[in-house]
Write a protein that binds this ligand. Sequence first.
Ligand code: HEM
Length: 160
Amino acid sequence: MLGAILPGTQHLQNIHPLVVHFPLALLPGAALFYMLAWLAGRESLAWTALWFLVLGTASAAVAAGTGLHAREGVMVDPTVREQLLDPHKSWMLTTLGLSAALTVWALGGPPFPARGRSLFVLLLLVVLAVMAHGADYGGRLVYDYNAGGSACGQPIEFTR
Ligand code: HEM
């Protein structure tokens, strides 16, 4: 059914690559709108930021769930699993934990916690840095070692 609408999905070994781009886009959106709300002193922008944060965290949970499921079946060399897949998992679960904590904090004083605002924004930027670093491992899994793909023979031993 999905393959009829989106033929490219027939080549996917799992649905993780279909969902990862939601947190990758929504969490930076949350940081951007919180900073704009702070600078402009506009409450309406902070509500937009909160929606980005809630949706970003929810989609990060879906990405983490599909990633953990993909981990079981993805065919990669044990060296690649150790050097790239395991660090990817750790960084991304840290991303999810941090963004979930910030979401709980924001929902405790919506839309923008009145106390500790600078720490809140700083931690949002930390989430982005952690997520970008972790996603880099994910990209290397796919583009250097053909994880989840069928472009060439598997498994490829880790070299760099
Ligand atoms: C916030 C959560 C997560 C995000 C945003 C994320 C992001 C990514 C990205 C950007 C890629 C490269 C995809 C591509 O370029 O096509 C990737 C690949 C991958 N990730 Fe994650 N990831 C997350 C969590 C996890 C977790 C917890 C695991 C568990 C080990 C995992 C396992 C994988 C695997 C196996 C691949 C290789 C491609 C595949 O077979 O699906 N990911 N991820």
